[in-house]
Design a protein around this ligand. Structure first.
Ligand code: THU
Length: 135
């Protein structure tokens, strides 16, 4: 599957967004190492803090289905002329399972901007850091 096709799948997923509060619809398409695609959109809530981003919804769906290895994730919103970047919370969740995964991110003019999760979050939290300080 080409990068463009994965971006198109993220576009289709975006149609399912529930974003009545921000009106900012996001779609994600996550490709496993086996070539399976998990799509998701952002889902907001009237209690705003309960809202969840498209990227986390896609990763949680895949992990819940037993998947562990991931190759690419495409993320799109509307073409606002600004480069789309996942939020810090999503980067931490993606980092847990796939720090070297390629992110295909919507850039100005529909360009695809490729970054690794690690490029955007070089040093995520791992439980190793807690080490012997846990009680
Ligand atoms: N959102 C995402 O789904 N992904 C991102 O990368 C950034 C933000 C959602 C969360 C919320 O529903 C809306 O966009 C506005 O923040």
């Amino acid at each position: 599957m080409t990068d463009e096709e994965l971006m198109q799948m993220a576009m289709e997923a975006r149609e399912s967004a529930h974003a009545p509060y921000s009106s900012f619809k996001v779609g994600a398409a996550l490709e496993t190492l086996e070539g399976e695609i998990f799509r998701a959109a952002n889902v907001e809530n009237a209690s705003y803090g309960l809202s969840c981003c498209a990227e986390r919804n896609a990763m949680f769906a895949a992990v819940s289905a037993g998947k562990r290895g991931f190759r690419r994730m495409a993320v799109v919103s509307s073409d606002s002329g600004i480069s789309l970047r996942p939020c810090g919370a999503c980067l931490q969740v993606l980092w847990e399972f796939a720090p070297d995964m390629d992110l295909l991110l919507q850039g100005p003019g529909g360009r695809i901007e490729r970054r690794k999760v690690r490029d955007l979050l070089p040093e995520g939290f791992t439980f190793d850091y807690a080490g012997e300080n846990t009680t």
